[in-house]
Ligand binder design. Structure first.
Ligand code: NAP
Length: 250
């Protein structure tokens, strides 16, 4: 039976996964296909998975990385700690196990220094957004003992900042600014998160998890002020490779 893999999300026109995996299957002569499954909600998703025996694995994207946990039968330790899942492995007996491979992809991005060398960053971080990808980012920052504050449109507790308060805090105190929101993603490529960019300088590092476009408006704001900027491409490839490793493991 031809094995089926795919991606679940609400809007998938920006996705690279189908192209990436189908090209891989073709070049490595793997008898499998990868499809995009746009879902308005997750109603009936568990039944759909269990009634599709050829389905071996799924990636999960916006906005379902936390909600999807409800349909899993087990989680990897990392996924439990992160509280978000971007990869589902579907076992032959129908058991659904959730993993998080975003954390691995982000970790490699984070320790990639300006000159291409491996480097553990110093200083504190600001994390824009509090969704699924943000949870993986915060988990990695915790692993490296990098202090951070999250920024949300609707802060749920006092530890989380709102965007207005960015106008009054000391931005130089935060040397790493990470965009985990979809603001600026194709096709809205002229948009950027609400941030006081004029206070950035060459000591800052901006990481945008967005990979399409490859140079986002958020990154452009950093580039013109001499900051070190990175996009989400490396993370994208690494999280996909890790997902494949998981799907292939016994
Ligand atoms: P998500 O779970 O929907 O979370 C996105 C978060 O961004 C939301 O929780 C929200 O936080 C904030 N947000 C959403 N719309 C916003 C808006 N209009 N203005 C300001 N903030 C907004 O999505 P996700 O799965 O975490 O993905 C987020 C982004 O990361 C996407 O662009 C995705 O492509 C990218 N990503 C890239 C990789 C990679 O491999 N490069 C991996 C994962 C994700 P608040 O409600 O707290 O404001």
């Amino acid at each position: 039976m031809i094995q089926q893999y795919g991606l679940i999300g609400r809007k998938l026109s920006h996705s690279f996964s189908a192209h990436y995996f189908n090209k891989k299957f073709q070049s490595e002569k793997i008898n499998a296909t990868y499809s995009l499954f746009e879902k308005e909600n997750l109603t009936g998703i568990k039944e759909w998975i269990q009634n599709t025996p050829s389905l071996r694995g799924l990636n999960v994207t916006i906005p379902y990385k936390t909600q999807i946990i409800n349909i899993t039968d087990a989680l990897s330790l990392e996924a439990v700690e992160i509280g978000a899942v971007n990869t589902l492995k579907i076992h032959k007996d129908g058991k659904i196990v959730g993993y998080n491979t975003d954390a691995y992809g982000f970790e490699v991005t984070l320790i990639h220094g300006r000159e291409g060398q491996k480097e553990i960053p110093k200083g504190s971080a600001l994390v824009l957004g509090t969704g699924g990808a943000s949870k993986a980012v915060c988990y990695v920052l915790d692993q490296y003992h990098i202090p951070y504050r999250c920024v949300s449109r609707t802060p749920t507790h006092e530890e989380i900042l709102d965007y207005e308060s960015l106008l009054t805090i000391d931005i130089p105190d935060f040397s790493i600014i990470i965009n985990t929101t979809p603001v600026g993603m194709y096709p809205e490529i002229t948009q950027a998160p609400n941030f006081p960019y004029s206070r950035l300088n060459a000591t800052h590092r901006l990481i945008d998890l967005i990979y399409n476009p490859e140079e986002t408006q958020f990154m452009k704001e950093g580039i013109i002020r001499g900051a070190y900027v990175q996009n989400g491409l490396k993370m994208l490839y690494l999280q996909a490779e890790k997902a494949w490793e998981i799907w292939q493991s016994k």
